[in-house]
Design a protein around this ligand. Sequence first.
Ligand SMILES: [Zn+2]
Length: 797
Amino acid sequence: MAPQTPRSRRRLAVLAALPLLLAGLPLAAGAEPDSDDGASPVSAAASTGAATEIVEVTVADQDAVAGLIEAGADVTEYTRPADGGLVVHVVATPAEQAALRDLGYAVGEVVVSAAETEAVVAEREAAVRRVNQTFARMAETLTPLRAEWFESVGGQTYLGVEVKTSLGADSNVTLSVGFGGQSVTMDRFVDAGQYIYHTFFEPVAVGDVPAEVTVTSTGGTSITVPVVEWLGDPRPDPGPHYATGFVDHYMDPTELYDRIEALAAEFPELAEIIELPYQTNGYRRKAQAMIGAGATAFYLTSRAWGHEGGNDLRLETVHPGTADSPLTVGVTGGTVRVSLGTDAAGAPNSTAAQVVAAVNAAPAASALVTAATYRATGGTGIAGAGAQDLTDGLDAPASVSREPFTVRAIRIGKVRDGSKTGVFAYSQEHAREWVTPLVALETAERLLRNYGTDADTKKLVDDLDIFIVPSVNPDGGHYSFYDFNGQRKNLTNHCPAASGDPASANSWGVDLNRNFSVGSRFDGYSGASASCTSGNFSGPTELSEPEARNEVWLTEQYPNIGFAMNVHSYGGYFMWPPGAYVQNGRVPLPRPTLGEENYFWSASSHILSAVQDWRGTAVWPGRTGPVSDVLYSAAGNSADEHWYNRGIFGWDFEVGADLWDPVEQEWDPQGFQPPFAEGYEQAMEFSNGLIGLLEVARAHGRDNRPPRTTLELTDAGVTFDSTEPVTIHYTLDGSRPTYSSPRVESAGLREDAAPIPVGAGSTRVHWFSVDAAGNVENRYDPLRPSSSYRKQTVRVG
Ligand SMILES: [Zn+2]
């Protein structure tokens, strides 16, 4: 499915024709400020431009119209004959009109001005306001989703509240939370044009914790909601011999992999190295040199990798100093020498495009390099003289290999025969997230080094089969450490020549957490880009990248893997599937069952309490939940891959929670590469969290106790209480419940179970519950004739 309209693609081309304009456009992925929300360059271009107008452009004939489209103009269907040719209508901003004039087009009258369009927009907005006001007079329902207090670093107490109003589509309806004589206005969470709920985007610092809060809406309704504690479950302290703190600096991928190899060698009884089959591109690039700027520019790319000879090449472009010289290309040693053509007056007259053609046609030169013009300029400018060495631009020391990289997992467990519950933890899909590999490595060290002295650690290693990949993306990781610290993607360049110039080098690569096969861009899901220079480039196809295929291979090779943690930074999020939706209607991937969702929540509570144990950091309730409920859509991410294709409970950590600044009284984001002292604390606390996940997995693996439910009849219908998170299947017609019987479902996003309506009179309810480990209540077997399901008759009226 093509996510860009042809129109937006053409508009970008016009903008790209003007280097002056380009300077203002965030084309490079590295310019993106945040972790996972990079806009595509197309939308960036669209949002930075002034309002478009429709203008007349007069051209000679239909062929010229084709040329206009080729130049990047957004030509409408409208055409009429005129003196000496055709008048067509073109959609363009004033800057784009100027670009067309510069290209020699006769841009005429404005047909529809920006002001006219603005008037239409204003008229529409007034109409929408009228509709909203009507809407606001309708009865309002407020649904409380969450109201929680928690303590975080430094002992400060915070309040988080989420409430949904039935009038949420109306942006004029505001909600406020009242407690202890204060009133705080809530934020309205809107995504993909759809109202989601009201919340505090940042929890509110409070002195005394209120027992309840009153939420009041300007829609005319108010509700009182009890406030419960978030996290803070007292977990047992680690044993007296439990050691932590095994990392003391940020480590590049070469160091990380050396370290896990050494660990496996030191603990052969407990660990081994698994080589993943798909080698990466490697930390290597072709060497390049560019001469000129904009339309006069052209660049060479070596055929050999930089370290295999590309870096030894040189480009020289010289002015022959005589009239009527032909354009020639020669090679001497490693130097490609271009002698520019001149006119009768002795002035150079070779365009960049002609130089490119000449280099590519000269056998000696084209054996060494390929030549291209700069971006969408077409190389129409006259090329100038200059000289440059070709370089791959890679600055890592020689100790970092330039060869394809073999990604490895360290597999930890006393019994590694596939019989134990498997857990897969993996870090650094995104190269610049330097803390994340330390979370993985610290956890491996804690497991191995505490095994002999700490009983709790021994239980984890004895009862689990743990796979840890410290860096999924080692090439990007090396690039981030030594060349461009903002690197997010891998190092494989899928860009065509138009974005293959050396100035684009920091924008190449694939966003590995968009390259997976479930809910992908190719399936029509939102949150990944088709642009090879976007920070969220999905890659050319699903699973095109070896780094992504390695993850899939591991989970297929070891089907005992039932849990996964995808470690990212930053922001202090804790999320699970669904992680993607279709933009139109914000339709997510199928939600887990209510029981599965409740299991995600209860496991999260354990894991986040473990994080909090380190130094008090509380991941906010508002940053906990399915990706699509708390953040946005991330088409083709790996947690969705593992959950939907293989049933693996898959989470994402975004380590590096905001820290409260008590002086400024504000939350401070921590970034991808905080000073190591802070990075260390993050690695320790989220390693705690990873250990918490292992505890969850171990409990799951040993869980053979069936759940127990009790039926309750409320005014709204039948509901159930349960001893643990369960999925409940039921019938109301006296038939035997099976796995295909209706399920108790959630009433809505972040809401509890919807009651099952029952009519007046008596209703026979048959049901069974099943927990996350697959244990069925009463040990009933829904697949065989059996009557040991639960039964109860309820009477209404
Ligand atoms: Zn990330």
